[in-house]
Design a protein around this ligand. Structure first.
Ligand SMILES: Cc1cc2nc3c(=O)[nH]c(=O)nc-3n(C[C@H](O)[C@H](O)[C@H](O)COP(=O)(O)O)c2cc1C
Length: 218
């Protein structure tokens, strides 16, 4: 068993890294981290993920251009004006992964648990079945499984001395990224993880005190 103090340090010292050294990441390190990350608990053990490792600079630049174009489009809408400085910051940072030596595109597939299959067979006419379906969609189990795998992955990267950021932002260019990567229709691009050796480690964003987020029902 590993020491609890060391485990705590590993977890607490991991930061989202957005600036990288111009140094390639060994492929075997990425593979090792991904292999270990697939040992997360996941709904029904369907393992509804695929990981595309992109080190081709041109491809990364094209994905970044697609994300940037969508940011600029949304920032140009009159509705964006009210958000002032925050929009300006977003315009500068949404495509930061352009500078990463590697990016991992995370793809998600759909699977149907037994509950999903029963609810689908029950159809639209039963309001209670519709209600239960909406609860299940709210906490979509496929996406929860993907999130679990990414959490492990980022921690393992940190253990290896690598830095990474979990990015849901690039979803705004889902169609363009899927076209660039040739993603088959049964898979959906959901997250992008730029990874590399950290060139800058940001300050630690503090967490809420545990008493604020925990309640006992004794
Ligand atoms: C679901 C999810 C989506 C995120 N999307 C982005 C993103 O699009 N861009 C980004 O710069 N950071 C993104 N982050 C990173 C968070 O901003 C970061 O984890 C948070 O500020 C806490 O900082 P830390 O990871 O250094 O502890 C995302 C994190 C999660 C869990």
């Amino acid at each position: 068993m590993i020491d609890f103090g060391e485990l705590g340090e590993l977890i607490k010292n991991r930061r989202s890294i957005r600036k990288f050294e111009d140094k390639p990441v060994p492929e075997d390190l990425l593979l090792k981290a991904l292999e270990l990350a697939t040992w997360v608990p996941n709904g029904g053990n369907y393992q509804p993920w695929r990981f595309l490792i992109i080190t081709n600079k041109e491809l990364i630049a094209k994905m970044a251009d697609a994300v940037k174009a969508k940011t600029e489009l949304m920032a140009s809408w009159p509705e964006a004006e009210q958000f002032g400085e925050t929009v300006e910051r977003w315009r500068k940072t949404s495509d930061f992964f352009r500078g990463a030596p590697a990016c991992i595109a995370v793809l998600m597939s759909r699977y149907s648990s037994i509950a999903d299959q029963i609810l689908r067979a029950r159809g639209e006419k039963d309001p209670l079945a519709r209600e239960i379906r909406s609860y299940r969609q709210l906490g979509d189990s496929t996406l929860q499984s993907i999130a679990a795998a990414i959490s492990y992955l980022l921690l393992i990267f940190h253990y290896f001395g690598l830095g990474a950021t979990w990015m849901a932002g690039p979803l705004q260019a889902k169609k363009e990224i899927e076209q660039l990567l040739g993603v088959p229709p049964e898979w959906a691009f959901v997250d992008l993880i730029p990874v590399g050796y950290p060139a800058e480690v940001p300050k630690t964003p503090q967490r809420k005190p545990i008493k604020e987020v925990v309640e006992f029902y004794r």
